[in-house]
Design a protein around this ligand. Structure first.
Ligand SMILES: NC(=O)c1ccc[n+]([C@@H]2O[C@H](COP(=O)([O-])OP(=O)(O)OC[C@H]3O[C@@H](n4cnc5c(N)ncnc54)[C@H](OP(=O)(O)O)[C@@H]3O)[C@@H](O)[C@H]2O)c1
Length: 237
């Protein structure tokens, strides 16, 4: 076995303080990965994780310097996996005509530019390890989701627009980073109960949402790089 495969694999997960990101960090840790959980509230996150397996780091997606600091700490070994998961939601009742555009600007900054900043910050670490980048998109920004997708009038317009842009960003990143031996996947976790009332809508448990987004690295079936999938199955962009 080579020195590279013998060492513990390292994963960075953004938005790991709660919801799907926290479940993903826990799952990876249980599967033997060394996890760097990127959060905004360090005290809360440290309580949630077993410190021996999960390192907690603080960064805000609006601040590229904080992301670059976390990336620099990864050193020469780099990162085998980065899960660009953190995002903000819009109000469910937000429409094109009624949206508060200051709020929409904030969503676009965190979701689109924040994901972009995450990609830029960790790209060198991923190249060093020839790792994988999982970008968490959403059925809400997809043409393949009959309940919440872009062809429905489901509300949360700013969020939908931001995630559609994230999908394009992910596709472009797959082409660019693919040439540098980094596999990029865009994934949708499926409706997941991370906010009050969502379980009553039939949303899945966060652990199942986490399993869904981690399919490209933890699943049994093959997920092609450059794809957009939910539960390992192709979803229309
Ligand atoms: N839940 C669903 O049904 C669903 C469906 C499709 C896609 N998704 C996607 O799945 C991912 C996770 O969703 P979730 O339901 O787990 O969301 P969540 O429970 O609301 O968690 C969002 C996470 O993102 C972090 N975050 C937000 N703004 C940030 C910023 N500026 N800088 C750093 N971190 C920030 C939050 O940190 P704080 O704790 O500090 O606020 C939190 O940890 C998102 O990309 C979402 O779009 C979710």
């Amino acid at each position: 076995m080579s020195e590279h495969t013998a060492r513990t694999r390292r994963a960075v997960v953004t938005g790991a303080g709660r919801g799907i990101g926290r479940a993903a960090a826990q799952l990876l840790s249980e599967r033997g990965w060394h996890v760097i959980a990127v959060v905004r509230d360090a005290a809360g996150a440290r309580e949630a994780f077993d410190r021996s397996a999960v390192e907690v780091r603080v960064a805000d997606l609006r601040d590229e310097t904080s992301l670059a600091t976390v990336a620099a700490e990864l050193g020469e070994d780099g990162a085998d996996l980065v899960v660009a998961n953190a995002a903000q939601f819009s109000p469910w009742d937000e429409t094109v005509l009624t949206a508060d555009l200051d709020g929409a600007r904030d969503i676009l900054d965190v979701n689109v530019l924040g994901t972009w900043r995450t990609i830029q910050a960790f790209s060198k670490a991923l190249m060093r390890a020839q790792g994988s980048l999982i970008i968490v998109g959403s059925g809400g920004g997809s043409h393949g989701d009959p309940d919440f997708g872009v062809t429905t009038n489901a509300g949360a317009v700013g969020y939908a627009a931001s995630k559609a842009a994230v999908h394009v960003l992910g596709r472009k990143a797959a082409l660019e980073l693919g040439e540098r031996d980094v596999a990029v996947y865009v994934v949708d976790p499926g409706l997941t109960a991370t906010a009050p009332g969502m379980a009553g809508m039939g949303a899945r448990d966060p652990r199942d949402g986490a399993l869904s987004i981690l399919r490209p690295v933890l699943g049994d079936g093959f997920v092609p790089a450059g794809s957009f999938t939910r539960d390992g199955r192709a979803l229309a962009w």
